[in-house]
Each structure stands twice: as structure tokens, then as C-alpha cells.
Design a protein around this ligand. Structure first.
Ligand SMILES: [Fe+2]
Length: 320
């Protein structure tokens, strides 16, 4: 029997309806979920009420594993990250607060795919909302296949074999391409500079292609993560900056974004090789708690900028 689905937005995503969440899906249902993921890039399942159901659904799309972010992985199960916006932290403990269009936001993250600062790119992630924010907290998604198809044929040809260098840029307002012009740090962490330096040394620069192909369909993906992007390999600075700015602005065009307005127990599963996502953040006095699994995998075309580092592992973890 075919899965019952409906589009999540005109641009991307599908909601899957009527799944039995109390047990593992049979092979036909699993195949249907994978096919839906390939077509839509993002799947919503509502009323996922238990960590067990979250893990069962995650496992349909690959092997869940601990995020690179050791610090957020739960003792209960290190394959699950606890993502908490706690007003106590936001208001008192010196966590960073950003301002976008004059609005204060804790937990703001600009457009990115997960772990672009690593040579291996995880397959996807599944985020379950446990405690929905009273205000804000939306998660945004953009389809980078559609973004590639929006480029002019000339631009498509120009970028075909280019590569981008990524290096950890943990402070959101220091990202230079595809980020809001109004973004600023309303409050930085006390140890922001030291932390930033440490992360940049722990995670050496990596290189990823600007265009990849979706294996199942042959469609091309504009594989640019605005977060952490530094420059295009081999181009001089002015030309590289101009091209990255053009591409990032085309990619993050808000007309093609879908922002998910969460309810408790919503589960979103995204294809990290295809979509970029962003976190709107919440007002600092608002609480939000979500749990995320990371679905392992690697598309096999990323590498360290320094060839001597191939095969080495970073020394510590980070959340992105
Ligand atoms: Fe992310």
C-alpha cells in the first residue's frame, strides 16, 4: 500500500500521514519513506511521542550515531543530542544573543548544512520537538537542487568544477556570505575569542565541491553552506568573494524557503546532502527543547585542505 503523503510547502517537503509509530515499519513502508525523502528532501511525521519511535524512524534513513558534538549528546543515548534553549542560560550565563532586524534571538543559526567544517558530510538528521517555543523557534529549509536549477546556464557552467574552502566560523555574525545584513551580536560569550580560536585549530580547513549530484535521480545540487564558507579554491580574493556572495544570495532567497512552525512531537527528517537549514532562534526569555539524531553517511567527495591531514579525526566535537 502506498504511503499517504501531502506536500509540506510549494517548494519542498512532504508530510507522511498514518504511520504506525508503535513498531518498526515493514520493508514496503521503509521503501516508501526513502522514496518520499528522495523526492521531497524533508519529511514531517507528527505525534512522534517517544524517543523509541524517534530512533526507529531515524534508522529507516541510515545508521544514527553520536553527533560530533559530544557535549550535547545525552547520557541516556549518545546518538541523541539534547538541544535546549533555557532562559536561565540565555539571560544569565553569558550565552551569545544575536540580533536580526532589531529582534533578539537566542539559538540563532544562519543557513548551513550540518558539519560543513568536516571532510565527511553526514547523511541527514531527524529533529523531534519536545517542548515547543511559545514564540519563535522555527526551523528553515531550502532545497539546493531547486537553487541549482535557478542558476543561469552560464553560472552553472562556471561553477561546475569549483570547490569551496570551509573553516569553522562559530560566531554567526562573522560569516560573510548569505547571512542577514542586519545580523549582529547583541551579546558575545565572555570567552568568544578564545573559543573561536580553539575550534579553528581543532577543526582544520576542509574543501567541498560546489556542485554534487543526487545519486538516485542525477539532479545537481548547489552544494554551498553559507555558514563556515571562506573562499573558492584557486580564485583570487575579489573574484571569490563576489562569486560566493552571488551564489549564497541566490541560494538563500527567502521566496523559496520553508519555515516549519513546530508543534510538540513533530519530527522532521532532512537530507543533509541536499537541503540547507537555519534556526530562527527564540527570544532570550523563551524555553525550547528538541532532540536530534544524526544519521551517518558520507558522500565521499570532501577532504582536508592540507593533504597531510587526510584520514585524521578532529580532536573534539562541536554543534552546528
Ligand atoms: Fe544544523
Amino acid at each position: 500500500m502506498a504511503l499517504e503523503t501531502r506536500p509540506l510547502s510549494p517548494n519542498l517537503g512532504a508530510e507522511v500521514i498514518g504511520l504506525d509509530l508503535t513498531r518498526e515499519s515493514d520493508e514496503t513502508v521503509k521503501r516508501g519513506l526513502l522514496d518520499t525523502w528522495t523526492q521531497a528532501g524533508l519529511i514531517l511525521v507528527r505525534d512522534v511521542q517517544t524517543p523509541e519511535a524517534h530512533m526507529r524512524l531515524s534508522s529507516v534513513f541510515g545508521s544514527p550515531g553520536p553527533a560530533a558534538t559530544g557535549v550535547l549528546n545525552l547520557d541516556r543515548d549518545p546518538r541523541v543530542m539534547g538541544m535546549l534553549q533555557d532562559p536561565d542560560d540565555s539571560l544569565k550565563k553569558g550565552m551569545p544573543i544575536f540580533e536580526v532586524d532589531g529582534e533578539s534571538r537566542a539559538g540563532y543559526l544562519g543557513w548551513h548544512w550540518d558539519q560543513s567544517f568536516m571532510p565527511e558530510i553526514v547523511r541527514g538528521a531527524a529533529l523531534r520537538m519536545v517542548d515547543t517555543a511559545a514564540r519563535g523557534g522555527e526551523t528553515g529549509f531550502i532545497d539546493a537542487i531547486a537553487a541549482y536549477e535557478r542558476l543561469s546556464p552560464d553560472l552553472q557552467r562556471r561553477i561546475e568544477s569549483l570547490e569551496v574552502v570551509y573553516h569553522m566560523t562559530i560566531d554567526q555574525h562573522r560569516n560573510r556570505f548569505g547571512f542577514p545584513k542586519t545580523l549582529k551580536a547583541a551579546r558575545e560569550r565572555a570567552d568568544a575569542e578564545e573559543r573561536s580560536r580553539q575550534y579553528r585549530s581543532d577543526f582544520p580547513a576542509v574543501v567541498h565541491p560546489l556542485v554534487i549530484t543526487q545519486r538516485e535521480t542525477g539532479r545537481k545540487v548547489l552544494k554551498l553552506s553559507p555558514m563556515h564558507a571562506q573562499h573558492i579554491l584557486g580564485l583570487e580574493t575579489g573574484e571569490s568573494d563576489a562569486l560566493l556572495e552571488t551564489l549564497a544570495d541566490l541560494l538563500v532567497d527567502p521566496r523559496y524557503a520553508y519555515f516549519h512552525d513546530w508543534r510538540d512531537n513533530d519530527l522532521l527528517i532532512w537530507d543533509n546532502w541536499r537541503l540547507i537549514h537555519s534556526a530562527r532562534g527564540v527570544p532570550p526569555e523563551v524555553r525550547r527543547y528538541a532532540e536530534r539524531t544524526t544519521i551517518y553517511g558520507d558522500y565521499g567527495v570532501g577532504r582536508y585542505l592540507d593533504p597531510a591531514l587526510q584520514g585524521s579525526k578532529p580532536r573534539r566535537g562541536f554543534v552546528d
